[in-house]
Design a protein around this ligand. Structure first.
Ligand SMILES: [Zn+2]
Length: 559
């Protein structure tokens, strides 16, 4: 894609993202300059089932990817699984599982189940720590060779934070304040500075352990490194570099990861590849909180996503997550999901009304709504009662909204197309403005209200109304695709009543069989074998096929 996507609702605005590193919104390069977007998001430590708060990041970045794609970018997305770390080992011990990697593998499977139930698109790669040990060891050697890592007295390898002057630039903490929160322990005496963190942890009894292999040339330098396992932070430096390169566009994660995890990742990466950027933009999402503001946490009070999905469909959960801007807290309460379920029902009903409306003249229906839009815009240009597209877009630019006196178009087809234009124009403005899904969701519902008001006044026999409704349906499809909602409605868009009936009957074969039985019943009746004909009728009724006699002869009505 070498040029900007062109849409009838105007050019898409340039994407701006709040960068946690620079603490301001920054413009993202246009697709023509930078067609490939690379994103790395820290994934979960898979030691238990996940709660609704854990799904905020995955659902949000699913939409971020879709927004980039709507602009014409190609996206490469990587998110990891931590299957070895302190938490993983502690949980395996608690539940009596010998191998934490096995325990993790089971929860990775459960995580995928939850993720895909919510309609989250697959990442390009899901790397795991346990399958990247060699890469991790090579990276630790690189950091040590560059003079930023050392072997502690316990055989672990530590990162020397004082060797990297930009340490704490991301989180804004001070080196002195770090000293206040340090608790004395075994590890402390092994380090040169209590603020140093582990790249490699020397083996402890009962923990998964790997050797730290070294060539003859390396022995002098690394011989004191004990067998062990990676520290927590190193995996993300390694996996992002391996799958996206040592410089990539966006690094995301929950805000709790900013310090120490992201700060340490950044230090490692800049000390591994000093001439590279590592992440150009850092994004941190807020939490899902419980009423009262406490963070939902695996270790505390939480609501499992699979329990939520027992009462609500995935779209409702997505809408709950996306109805708050990612940099604001989303407060979980069951009533909020009930409200979203009602809101979803409104969109579904609007979908239904539009498809019913268009079905009357389905044979005239053109599948490419953008083409219809272009044609109708051309016709508007010839109608003195209707404003030109350019004039309307200028008014939107001036902040004038559809229902103001300056822009209140009649008749209804024109009103509806203008409403669609405004909704898409404004929605994409919100999407491009630091992925403001909250604002975009508001525009979607404003559009739904306007579509319904228009349909009350429109007739499918009027070709202009028909085209306007077609454009409105196209817009709903486009927007719900970006939100990743209403997949089922979009798939069944062209389904007629007859098609629906056929599906209910099991794809048509059951209907054919029932027709055969109906003919046999007729023959039995002609032969006056009423015992047999009644038997056939009763058996058919048992499978929900009721035989009714009508003017045209007997027919089957499916129950
Ligand atoms: Zn990470």
């Amino acid at each position: 894609m070498n040029e900007k996507m062109k849409y009838p609702w105007g050019e898409l605005p340039r994407i701006k993202i709040y960068n946690s590193m620079t603490r301001r919104e920054e413009e993202f390069p246009l697709p023509a300059e930078h067609p490939d977007v690379t994103i790395y998001v820290c994934g979960p430590t898979t030691y238990s089932f996940v709660h609704i708060g854990n799904m905020r990041g995955p659902v949000f970045y699913d939409v971020v990817r879709k927004i980039f794609k709507a602009h014409g970018y190609r996206v490469r997305f990587v998110t990891n699984f931590t299957d070895i770390d302190d938490k993983m080992i502690a949980e395996a011990k608690r539940v009596g599982e010998d191998d934490p990697i096995q325990l993790s593998a089971r929860f990775v499977h459960e995580y995928y189940t939850d993720l895909f139930a919510l309609g989250v698109e697959k990442a390009d790669v899901y790397p795991k720590v346990s399958t990247h040990i060699t890469d991790i060891i090579e990276y630790i050697k690189l950091i040590m060779n560059n003079g930023h890592g050392y072997v502690g007295t316990d055989g672990s390898v530590y990162f020397d934070v004082k060797s990297y002057p930009d340490y704490l630039k991301l989180s804004g903490h001070s080196m002195d304040s770090l000293l206040e929160n340090i608790t004395q322990g075994e590890e402390m005496s092994a380090k040169r500075d209590p603020r140093d963190f582990a790249l490699w942890k020397a083996a402890k009894q009962g923990e998964p352990t790997w050797p730290f292999p070294q060539t003859d040339d390396e022995i002098q330098k690394f011989r004191k490194v004990a067998d062990g396992r990676p520290g927590w932070h190193i995996e993300c430096s390694v996996m992002s570099a391996k799958y996206l390169g040592p410089s990539f566009d966006i690094h995301g994660g929950g805000k709790e990861l900013k310090f120490p995890h992201h700060e340490n990742e950044l230090a490692q990466s800049k000390c591994g590849y000093p001439d590279e950027d590592f992440a150009r933009i850092w994004m941190h999402n807020e939490w899902v909180v419980l009423p009262g503001g406490d963070k939902m946490a695996k270790s505390g009070e939480s609501v499992l996503i699979r329990d939520v999905l027992k009462d609500h469909d995935p779209d409702t959960v997505r809408m709950f997550i996306l109805s708050a801007h990612y940099r604001k807290e989303a407060e979980y309460a069951p009533e909020r999901l009930d409200d979203q379920a009602k809101a979803k029902a409104r969109i579904v009903e609007t979908f239904r009304r539009l498809t019913e409306f268009l079905r009357w003249r389905a044979e005239e229906r053109h599948e490419n709504w953008l083409q219809i839009w272009e044609l109708s815009d051309r016709e508007y240009g010839q109608d003195p009662k209707k404003d030109s597209v350019g004039k309307i877009l200028n008014k939107f630019d001036d902040g004038i909204r559809l229902d103001s006196n300056e822009l209140n178009p009649q008749p209804f087809d024109f009103y509806l197309v203008t409403a669609v234009r405004e909704a898409l124009y404004q929605t994409h403005r919100h999407f491009a403005d630091d992925f403001d899904t909250q604002g975009a969701m508001g525009e979607l519902f404003r559009l739904v209200t306007r579509i319904n008001a228009s349909l009350d006044n429109m007739s499918p026999d009027n070709i202009y109304d028909f085209d306007a409704a077609n454009i409105a349906l196209g817009a709903l499809v486009h927007l719900t695709e970006i939100f990743g909602m209403l997949g089922h409605e979009r798939e069944s868009l062209y389904l007629t009543e007859a098609g629906r009936e056929k599906i209910a009957k099991g794809g048509g074969d059951a209907g054919k069989l029932a027709d055969v039985l109906l003919k046999l019943r007729d023959e039995a009746r002609t032969e006056k074998n009423f015992v047999f004909s009644d038997k056939i009728r009763d058996r058919l009724a048992e499978i929900g096929a009721e035989v009714r006699d009508s003017k045209e002869g007997p027919k089957i009505v499916w129950k």
